[in-house]
Every structure is written in structure tokens, then in C-alpha cells.
Design a protein around this ligand. Structure first.
Ligand code: SAH
Ligand code: F3S
Length: 462
């Protein structure tokens, strides 16, 4: 019979920041079961891959990775392999048939069941739990910080998504939207503060839609009592609580959905110095026709109006986007609308993707994936080129200016340099001198690339 003699655990995480945060929850649950983490998969008896389904390529990457454990499993009969996250939820027990190496399949809302599931696995059974929850937020678990520099940490505030963008698999893999109790959020940030963390990112698929009214799915808010409604907390309330309770901590949040972002959030950002001047504001397309087909519930004009409000209230706010090329029926004209929107907004950064049809989504069921891979790719390259130009122009504006940088790692290019970020999320690299991780330093920008500002300390101050 199989017993895990030495409970050693290796977790590898794919996809979005929420998955990284979830892996830390999983590590915490399993540490309580006596597992210790290793960063060498060969030394582990339990390998967990926390997976992503957002595009087909993300799933193929995981499938390729699984193959690498075949030979390890031959050498170590005790090795068990589990798949967590969105692929687990999307494919369920089909994964056990398709990937013989997998022993365990656990969806994003079932991590508390891991100890039981591992018991089953120990008895040489395959185990699956992919039940989605209306209330689970893991608010009572203190995550083990495995993706750790001791400076930045993720704190999840909502789970799931109710938006049903027609291309997106997330509502199917992560279930209904629910918000976490603000008290447990403040408690987690307090722990991070005491440990010396300097920056936190409040995480959710759609943070601006945060709504705490005592627990339960957002869609049931209308059924809440008058008392619950009166005491409910929206995202701007939560931001204020966090910012005022932790004035020394820098606060970021991600992701904002334009349809849910309200002026009071922007005003709160302006009011508190410790909330970073940066908003990730995905739009996906610049064409109203495509936005409608995507079930994005705003127009190009409404989006541009939101950008105008942001720039009025926070003049230097960093703004980034997500964009998809080649959504079904996208014409050259629609594509031009995307390019012109990018020029109009002058985004600082962007994350750009070719449309990947996801089984089960509204788009997959109702629209033909009719844009050829070549056209998707060509349009993708065109929007990337425009974004690079915009990022370059943006960075140029920093030249010879001083900016305040929180050091969060050593520069990849040279160990003699620190790398950090400004409030607006620009990456800045500069010589280390005697500064330490976590210091906030004023750096004068002396040169730049599309992705990085390169600077030095004003000599007078050293
Ligand atoms: N609100 C979420 C969005 C998750 S998906 C968040 O917290 O970030 C991240 C991005 O992936 C989306 O904004 C979209 O640009 C892209 N994406 C989602 N589904 C996709 C698909 N089927 N094909 C290509 N890109 C997709
Ligand atoms: Fe996906 Fe749209 Fe929600 S992109 S995560 S369904 S906001």
C-alpha cells in the first residue's frame, strides 16, 4: 500500500495572479497536514500543478509539463500528481482518462477537501472534487507566501465572475461571484504588515464589483435584509478601510472591469497617497460591434469617458489594457477601431492575445471561429507594435525626471542593480548602492527601453 513517508510537496502555478494566490492557500492547507514545500519537483512525493484554461495554449503547456513527470513516476512509485485550478474544473474526471499520470483533480473551490482527497489517493484510488461553491472565499486561511520576496503579496478579495463575456471560460471554471469578509481581508493585511511586507495587491476577477453583505453570491444581494444592505461594503469602502488602516503599505488592485468601475473608486485612489496610481482596465476591442458580441456591457464612448474621468482626477495615472484580436466576425474595420482606441488612450502597457475558442462558452456555441490563425496573428502583431510605440513614448516622458521606486527584486540583467516599480507601475532599474529590498528610493531616469526605465540616485542624496 502506498504511504507518503516523507510528505514533501512541489507546487507549480500557471496563469493569473489569482492562481498564484490560490497556490499559497493550498500550501497553507497542506502544511497543516504535515507537508513541507520543496522547490525541486524531483524531491517531492506530491506534485500539484495549479492550471489555467484561459486559452488553449495554456492547457497545452500543462499537458506538456505532465509528460515530464512520467519518468519520475517510474523511478518513484510513491509520487502522486494532482491537477488543481481551472483545467481541473473544466475537464473534471475526463482528465483522469486523458492524462493517465494524474491521480488527483481538484477545482478552485475544493481545496479544503484536499486532506480527504489525499487520503483516497494514499489508498491508491484516484480522487476528484470539482464542486463549485457559492460562498467559499478561503477567508479563514492564512496563505503560506511561497512566491515570496517578502515585499509584495496578493490578497484575494473576490472569487468567481458573473460577467459572462462570451469568449471567457472563467465563469465556468471559477463559478459565481462572491466577496470576502472585509474583516478577514484586514486581518490578512495586518499579518503581512507585521511581517514587513510593503505592497499588497487586492485580487479578484472583477474587483470593482466587490460587495460584502454578510456572505453569499453577489447575485443574491437583492434578497439580503434591509439591515444587511445598509451595512454592505462596496469596493471603494474596502479600499478606504485598507488604505487608512495601513498608511505605510502601498496598495494595488486588479482587475477592474470598466462596466463596474465607479468614480468613487477613482476619487478614493486620489485621496490616499498609498493607493498606487495604476489601473488595469481591460477592454478587449475598440469596436462597439465586437464589444457587444463579446457581451462587454459598455461602449467605446463610455470607456473613453471613464478614461477621461480617471485622467482628470489622477492626471498621471498608469493605465493598461487587455486586448483580443480575431474574435469571430472581426473585420479590418473593427481591427482599425482597436488600433485607433489604443492611440487615443495612449496606454502605458498592455496584454494582448489572439482569440482562442474555449469549449462551452457562448461564443464557442454560437459563433464560428472564422478568423484565420494568420489574420489573428497579423492583427496581434499590429497591436503589439502600436503598444510598443506607446510604451516607448510614455517612458520617454520620464527622461530626466525623478520618480519614487519601491525596490522589489534584483535586476535580471545585472546583480549590481535593483529593480523596482513606481506607483504608476513602471519598472525602474538602478545601481544598488547600500539600498535594500523594500526601500523606497527617489531615482532620476537617465535612459529607457519600451519596458524599463534606467536611472541613478541623485548624487546629492546618496
Ligand atoms: N477579469 C479577468 C480577466 C481574466 S482573463 C482578470 O482578472 O484579469 C484575462 C484576459 O485573458 C482577458 O482580459 C482577455 O483579454 C484574455 N482572454 C480571456 N479569454 C480569452 C480567449 N478565449 N481568447 C483569448 N484571450 C482571452
Ligand atoms: Fe472573463 Fe469577462 Fe469575467 S473576461 S473573468 S467573464 S469579466
Amino acid at each position: 500500500m502506498f504511504t507518503i513517508k516523507e510528505k514533501s510537496l512541489y507546487i507549480e502555478t500557471y496563469g493569473c495572479q489569482m492562481n498564484f494566490a490560490d497556490s499559497e492557500v493550498v500550501a497553507s492547507i497542506l502544511e497543516k497536514e504535515g507537508y513541507h514545500l520543496t522547490d525541486d519537483s524531483k524531491k517531492a512525493n506530491l506534485v500539484l500543478l495549479n492550471t489555467c484554461s484561459i486559452r488553449d495554449k495554456a492547457e497545452q503547456t500543462v499537458r506538456k509539463k505532465l509528460k515530464t513527470f512520467n519518468s519520475q513516476k517510474k523511478e518513484n512509485k510513491n509520487l502522486k500528481v494532482g491537477l488543481l485550478g481551472c483545467m481541473a474544473e473544466r475537464l473534471k474526471d475526463k482528465l483522469l482518462e486523458e492524462e493517465k499520470i494524474v491521480d488527483l483533480v481538484v477545482g478552485p473551490d475544493s481545496y479544503k477537501d484536499l486532506p480527504n482527497l489525499l487520503d483516497e489517493v494514499e489508498h491508491n484510488q484516484k480522487a476528484v472534487n470539482v464542486i463549485l461553491s457559492k460562498s467559499e472565499t478561503y477567508g479563514d486561511i492564512s496563505p503560506v507566501r511561497i512566491h515570496n520576496n517578502g515585499i509584495n503579496a496578493f490578497v484575494s478579495i473576490t472569487r468567481g465572475c458573473d460577467n459572462m463575456c462570451t469568449f471567457c471560460v472563467v465563469p465556468f471554471t471559477r463559478g459565481r461571484e462572491r466577496s470576502r469578509n472585509p474583516e478577514s481581508i484586514l486581518r490578512e493585511i495586518n499579518e503581512l504588515n507585521e511581517k514587513g511586507y510593503k505592497e499588497i495587491t487586492l485580487l479578484g476577477q472583477n474587483v470593482d464589483s466587490y460587495l460584502w453583505y454578510g456572505g453569499g453570491p453577489k447575485k443574491d444581494f437583492k434578497k439580503a435584509s434591509e439591515e444587511q444592505k445598509k451595512n454592505s461594503k462596496r469596493f471603494s469602502n474596502l479600499l478606504k478601510m485598507v488604505a487608512s488602516n495601513f498608511p505605510e503599505i502601498r496598495i494595488r488592485f486588479s482587475t477592474s472591469n470598466p462596466q463596474d468601475m465607479t468614480i468613487d473608486v477613482i476619487e478614493t485612489m486620489a485621496e490616499y497617497k498609498n493607493i498606487c496610481n495604476y489601473i488595469h482596465l481591460p477592454i478587449q476591442s475598440g469596436s462597439d460591434r465586437i464589444l457587444k458580441k463579446m457581451n462587454r456591457l459598455h461602449t467605446r464612448e463610455e470607456y473613453l469617458n471613464l478614461i477621461k474621468n480617471i485622467r482628470e482626477i489622477i492626471p498621471n495615472c498608469g493605465i493598461s489594457h487587455d486586448m483580443i484580436t480575431g474574435f469571430p466576425t472581426e473585420t479590418e474595420r473593427d481591427h482599425q477601431d482597436t488600433l485607433s482606441l489604443m492611440e487615443e488612450v495612449k496606454y502605458d502597457f498592455g496584454y494582448m492575445f489572439a482569440y482562442s475558442e474555449r469549449p462551452g462558452t457562448y461564443a464557442a456555441r454560437n459563433f464560428k471561429d472564422d478568423i484565420s490563425p494568420e489574420t489573428k496573428q497579423r492583427r496581434l502583431e499590429e497591436i503589439i507594435t502600436v503598444q510598443q510605440k506607446l510604451s516607448f513614448e510614455r517612458n520617454k516622458r520620464f527622461l530626466n525626471n525623478e520618480c519614487s521606486v519601491l525596490i522589489d527584486k534584483s535586476s535580471k540583467k545585472s546583480n549590481e542593480f535593483w529593480s523596482g516599480r513606481t506607483s504608476e507601475n513602471n519598472v525602474v532599474v538602478f545601481p544598488k548602492y547600500n539600498f535594500s529590498l523594500g526601500d523606497i528610493v527617489d531615482v532620476k531616469v537617465e535612459s529607457f527601453t519600451t519596458a524599463t526605465l534606467i536611472g541613478d540616485i541623485n548624487k546629492v542624496k546618496v
